[in-house]
Design a binder for this molecule. Structure first.
Ligand SMILES: Cc1cc2nc3c(=O)[nH]c(=O)nc-3n(C[C@H](O)[C@H](O)[C@H](O)COP(=O)(O)OP(=O)(O)OC[C@H]3O[C@@H](n4cnc5c(N)ncnc54)[C@H](O)[C@@H]3O)c2cc1C
Length: 430
């Protein structure tokens, strides 16, 4: 019988393995995929001469992300600052240019909307559920919030572009606070979200997860999806999809909310967590890497609330082409899997650039992800909070999706893995 089995070799599981090994516990890790890292997925652009890795899952860490910086330094990874933003352009009335206003009244309405969002971001950061007039901030959708704010159309397009990198789901389902709390990091301004994405980890965040597991000395079984986890008074039985049964004293389910839907648990999850799993989080962004010529590094372009809504020219590759990271929502008629659609979308936002190709990972259709980063539903916020995910019997939970802090980020996965490992270590010492 194993002392501890960790299910899932994403950053949460990898961090937990490392923490456990420092306390003298060497876990067995069971990972569904044939690779380590989960939503940390670093690999070269398909077919390019440049063998530097790009991040197909998460990319950036912020100045506030201290635990991940400690692990990166310990394991010999490098912190690379993001390219500076040099120009900001917007698509308006079919043309791409510097943001402009049609009238003084539009400029004034734009500034009023920015100021209101900055206030509401500050209230959200303080944990207030409503504004100074008692109007709700928590528990309402992004759509309800902006219908109330009623900014000019071009201002709304700008907000929607930054929504694809924060709330990243259906406007009428996901909580407005997902957007407001991201604005709070940038002093209340949506456009400052990019300034907070200060660094990436090289050679890649997936490599950090690999090194954590190697350093932990854990036994790792890849291509081993778990079908069920059953607790008795003295042990936990884990059954793989291939029918193998393993026993452990304790199990760490290092799985996100949408991934847990594929695992049968006995006893079942506590009520709130079970609700979150039943409906799933709503994170549905797509992230693409486009290679192009004729667009300088440091350019940010925002769209018009459809298709590709945000692009950032991130760096040059070995051929001198620009690598551009793009975001939109994988909803309605978006077709990021279709090269013709991607090329047409790119041409709307960068009409003078030459499109050379693109690469991406489909997180929504990936059976071991079933979504991007966590996006809490407005009508069930509590189910996404860490408090709903406390250990149950001999089983603990760890994921960025319901982390004690920095949920949704890599940092959240690391902190969640550390917290779960601390609990497991306490159980072992009893
Ligand atoms: C497109 C995209 C962009 C992002 N951008 C950023 C960013 O810029 N900065 C940032 O900090 N964060 C970003 N994130 C979020 C970040 O990637 C995640 O929060 C973090 O990687 C989640 O780690 P985790 O360990 O909680 O979950 P995961 O990485 O999902 O790990 C869970 C693991 O469990 C495995 N698994 C699933 N089902 C089973 C099963 N049945 N049996 C066994 N194993 C199973 C999975 O294969 C996976 O390896 C982004 C995410 C995406 C998708």
């Amino acid at each position: 019988m194993e002392q501890v089995i960790i299910i899932g070799a994403g950053l949460a599981g990898a961090t937990a393995a490392l923490s456990l090994s420092k306390a003298g516990i060497t876990p067995l890790i069971l990972e569904a995929r044939e690779r380590i890292g989960g939503r940390a997925y670093s690999r070269p652009f398909a077919g390019a001469k440049d063998d530097r890795r790009l991040e197909y899952g998460g990319s950036w860490i912020t100045p506030y992300h201290d635990r991940i910086r400690v692990h990166a330094a310990d394991l010999g990874l490098t912190i690379r600052p993001r390219a500076a933003v040099k120009q900001r352009l917007a698509l308006r009335d079919g043309e791409v240019g510097h943001p402009r206003f049609d009238s003084p009244a539009e400029r004034e309405a734009h500034e009023r909307a920015l100021a209101r969002v900055a206030m509401d971001a500050a209230f959200t950061k303080k944990g207030l559920a409503s504004d100074e007039q008692g109007r709700p901030l928590a528990g309402i959708t992004y759509k309800a919030y902006f219908d109330r704010l009623a900014p000019p159309a071009a201002t709304r397009h700008m907000f929607d572009a930054w929504w694809t990198t924060s709330g990243n789901g259906a406007h009428d389902e996901i909580a407005a606070t997902e957007f407001l709390s991201s604005c709070a990091y940038g002093g209340g301004l949506a456009e400052n979200m990019i300034d907070v994405w200060s660094d990436t980890v090289e050679p890649g965040m997936g490599v950090l997860a690999e090194r954590m597991i190697a350093a932990s000395g854990a036994t790792l079984k890849l291509s081993s999806p778990i079908a069920s986890v059953t607790q008795s008074a003295s042990a936990v039985s884990v059954i793989t999809a291939a029918g193998e049964t393993l026993q452990a004293g304790h199990v760490l389910l290092a799985l996100g909310i949408n991934q847990l839907a594929a695992v049968q648990l006995s006893p079942t999850l506590p009520a709130l967590a079970a609700q979150a799993v039943a409906r799933g989080h709503g994170g549905k962004a797509f992230k693409l890497w486009i290679r192009a010529r004729g667009i300088p590094v440091g350019t940010v372009i925002t769209g018009d609330s459809s298709g590709i809504e945000l692009m950032f020219a991130e760096r040059n590759d070995a051929d001198g082409a620009t690598l551009i990271v793009c975001f939109g929502l994988q909803l309605n008629d978006a077709a990021p899997e279709d090269p013709a659609w991607v090329k047409a979308q790119f041409s709307r936002l960068a009409p003078n650039a030459a499109f050379l190709g693109y690469d991406w990972h489909d997180w929504i259709r990936d059976p071991f992800a079933r979504g991007t980063w966590v996006a809490a539903r407005a009508d069930m916020m509590e189910a996404f909070e860490h408090a709903a995910w406390q250990p149950q019997g001999r089983v603990a939970f760890a994921s960025s999706d319901y982390a004690p802090e920095q949920a949704g980020w890599f940092e959240g996965a690391v902190r969640s893995g550390e917290a779960a490992a601390a609990w497991l270590i306490r159980q072992a010492s009893h």
